[in-house]
Ligand binder design. Sequence first.
Ligand code: ZN
Length: 245
Amino acid sequence: MQRGRILFPLFVFFPISYYSAIIKSVRKETQKKHLYPALSNKFENVGHVVGTLNGIEICNLDAIYIAPSGVQKERIKSEDLFIQDIQGRDLKLPPPSKALKKSQCTPLFMCAYTERNAGAVIHTHSKNAVLVTLLCDKEFKISQQEMIKGIWNPGLGRYNKYKEEIVVPIIENTCWESELEDSLRAAMHKYPNTSAILVRRHGIYVWGSTWEQTKAMCECYDYLMDLAVNMKQLNIPWHAVEWRP
Ligand SMILES: [Zn+2]
């Protein structure tokens, strides 16, 4: 089976039927260039995407498909995609007449490819992620929640257990997204057990071995952060092991 890598920076929940359609697209090389427009349209349809600050990159071991920046994603066509290899060499560019630029997130996604051998990365500007970065200092930590079991621990090579604590590092935001590269890479090295990194007042990067796993983890992280914000409002501690009301 061909290995597919997808990077898309806004959080979205797919209906199961659409999920299946996407999986087929990823596995067929000839259809990959059509996946990006399909996903973009789906994002727009379900109401999770507004504006142009989002994009999708799709790649396998030979080619990385990169979204243009500053384009209404529901309008992106397959010929608008940039294609490069894992070393960053351009394999195909959009028509020059369109004057498109690569997504500003590209170097950050490449970090997950090169440092973590990721198969997919999702970057979102989730409100829950942003709120958590305003409630925590350097790390978001939570334990004893069922959804923790949906988070892969790369250091241990297995999914986390219910009673284990997940620790998500928080890095500081920068004026330009591409300037996050060094701190993102440093956090990946410092926290080998994490599958995500939060960016203060900005959002979250989540990566996994496949786009399906990455999407599922993104949903788990977002659920946990949403829950954490609500727990904070109710003065319920995030990791008190023996806590009872
Ligand atoms: Zn961003």
